[in-house]
Design a protein around this ligand. Structure first.
Ligand SMILES: O=C(O)CCC(=O)CC(=O)O
Length: 303
């Protein structure tokens, strides 16, 4: 089914403007889709095309991406700001409550928005694909040598020196040829052309990398001692999630390892896990049928 709907530019209070794909019946239950690095709202194209006859589907290019605002300064890309955009967007569109759906960094925003929005009833359900729970991820970075090794690219992305490498090589070459995110699946040529056009813009790349710079995650070097630091406790902002939550994981993900699933039940009370053996990190478009089926089952059982 082709993707229908239009790309609107929506001004949020505070001055941020987001480019947002909006489709589906206005009075249908709302699904808010968040993409991750280094993509755009089209990460979710197969799911939106599948669900837009029954749901109001809202999919922004998050700040820094596409033609959405890209303020200067990493502090503008902290989770508080990113979650603020999501809530402000819902308000701007007159949405009283929604299911949040996130992949990769969009999943990080979805975890945080769910924790902040569950009590008020603003966020009623969460569906998250290949995006680690923040407490579990930090735990693994301290204790699991494989996840720690796989995440060293985050340290490279935070280094201002990466900007010069991107300028010299281009983000596409850096990501696709050096395999910093592990082995990447073949991108659809039409989608890759859109992405490469976006990755060619230095200012946009700076903003995309600022998401990593603003993150509180600690990535110990590979040779640092394994184990939780003395006195370590997860951030008090990370609270147990009680809303129905679906976690989908492409098991061939080499950047965010499936070990992230193991400790998740400690933090998520109403959890369903859908493992997708044939997919890697980009499960929403690598395995659209499996992801659509998992979303269908979740949305109908938790309606
Ligand atoms: O979930 C996080 O805090 C980090 C997510 C992440 O590292 C995703 C990515 O590198 O693309």
């Amino acid at each position: 089914m082709p993707l229908s709907g239009d790309l609107q530019r929506i001004a949020l209070p505070g001055g941020t403007e987001l480019e947002v794909h909006v489709s589906g019946p206005q009075d249908a239950p709302a699904l808010l889709f968040l993409h991750g690095f280094p993509e755009n709202y089209r990460t979710w194209r197969h799911q939106i095309a599948h669900l837009q006859d029954r749901y109001r589907c809202i999919a922004p290019n998050q700040r820094g991406y596409g033609n959405s605002s890209r303020p200067v300064g990493a502090a503008n890309y902290r989770l508080a700001e990113l979650v603020g955009d999501v809530f402000a967007l819902a308000q701007a569109l007159g949405i009283a409550d929604f299911t949040i759906v996130g992949h990769d960094w969009g999943g990080a925003v979805a975890w945080a928005a769910s924790m902040m929005g569950q009590r008020s009833g603003l966020v009623t359900r969460a569906a998250i694909a290949n995006a680690p729970h923040p407490a579990v991820f930090q735990h693994l970075l301290y204790t699991d040598p494989r996840q720690r090794a796989a995440s060293q690219y985050v340290t490279a992305f935070r280094d201002p020196a990466i900007e010069a490498a991107v300028r010299k090589q281009g983000l596409a070459e850096l990501l696709l040829s050096e395999g910093v995110l592990g082995r990447l699946p073949p991108f659809d040529p039409a989608e890759l052309a859109i992405l490469q056009d976006e990755w060619g813009d230095e200012d946009r790349v700076r903003a995309m990398l600022d998401w990593y710079r603003a993150s509180p995650l600690e990535i110990p070097p590979v040779d640092a001692p394994m184990g939780l630091p003395e006195g370590y406790a997860p951030s008090p902002f990370i609270v147990p999630l009680t809303i129905p939550t679906l976690v989908i994981w492409g098991l061939k993900d080499e950047a965010l390892l499936p070990a992230n699933l193991d400790l998740m039940p400690e933090w998520v009370e109403d959890l369903r896990i859908e493992r997708v053996p044939g997919a890697g990190h980009f499960s929403p478009w690598e395995a659209p049928e499996a992801v659509n089926a998992a979303l269908d089952a979740f949305l109908s059982k938790t309606a």
